[in-house]
Write a protein that binds this ligand. Structure first.
Ligand code: AP5
Ligand code: MG
Length: 214
């Protein structure tokens, strides 16, 4: 199964992708995570991407499509993919179509998380992750059971993203409206789009996704 999770920053793409990985053994392909790893490692891609990401703008289509192709090549053909934060533009949607068909894969579902942008600013500015295993948390909505200790791996170090400030989030949202939302009709024409209320609590959103992919 191959699924795209679409939605503006803070919609819950990463949160729901992590749950699908745990429940269904799918692989999460987050171009944002790949780019952050490249920045951390100081690769050529990372050096090119850093300033663009810090500004909340989009990294070039060629870079992200190449990352996706490499990740799919490293996966077993039997493992399904959850595309989280990709594709984000019409050229990326076209690249994904050929990347998938070249590898004998097809898209099963495009799930859009419908959200209220103003409420998302609180979600994003309260977000943090475990520095060891990457599990996501939130100051108000998802705290570890024991304060300061990761529920999943027991780590004690946490981190926040440099682009999770209000000004950058507003730019990221504007980019979503201008460049990403317009790709939905491509998938609507294929009859594979479902819309979910992304403002519901996390478990309700998970249940709605489960119903779609069942
Ligand atoms: P990326 O990493 O993809 O960021 P994004 O799209 O801005 O999305 P986020 O990761 O901020 O949000 P999310 O939907 O994953 O929310 P989450 O589940 O964490 O991209 C970053 C940058 O990289 C881009 O700006 C761009 O520069 C570059 N980039 C990446 N991909 C690219 C591409 N394809 N092309 C070009 N450039 C690209 O949830 C947020 C918080 O809310 C969490 O704390 C969570 O606990 C909480 N939460 C989640 N769901 C709920 C809920 N239902 N109720 C309450 N709280 C919730
Ligand atoms: Mg994310």
């Amino acid at each position: 199964m191959n699924i795209i999770l679409l939605g503006p920053p803070g919609a819950g793409k990463g949160t729901q992708a992590q749950r699908l990985v745990e429940r269904h053994g799918l692989k999460q392909l987050s171009t944002g995570d790949m780019l952050r790893a490249a920045v951390k490692a100081g690769t050529a891609v990372g050096l090119q991407a850093k300033a663009v990401m810090d500004a909340g703008e989009l990294v070039s289509d060629d870079i992200v499509s190449a990352l996706i192709g490499e990740e799919l090549d490293a996966m077993s053909p039997d493992t399904g993919a959850i595309f989280d934060g990709y594709p984000r533009t019409a050229p990326q949607a076209a690249s994904l179509a050929s990347i998938l068909s070249d590898r004998g894969r097809r898209l099963d579902h495009v799930i859009e998380l419908d959200v209220d942008e103003d409420a998302l600013v609180e979600r994003i500015t309260g977000r943090y992750t475990c520095a060891t295993c990457g599990k996501g948390y939130h100051d108000r909505f998802e705290r570890p059971a024991i304060e300061g200790t990761c529920d999943k791996c027991g780590g004690h170090e946490f981190k926040r993203r440099p682009d999770d400030n209000e000004a950058t989030v507003r730019t990221r949202m504007a980019e979503y409206r201008a460049k990403t939302a317009p790709i939905l009709p491509i998938y609507d024409a294929q009859g594979i789009v479902s819309h979910i209320d992304g403002m519901a609590d996390m478990d309700t959103v998970t249940a709605a996704i489960e119903a779609i992919i069942a």
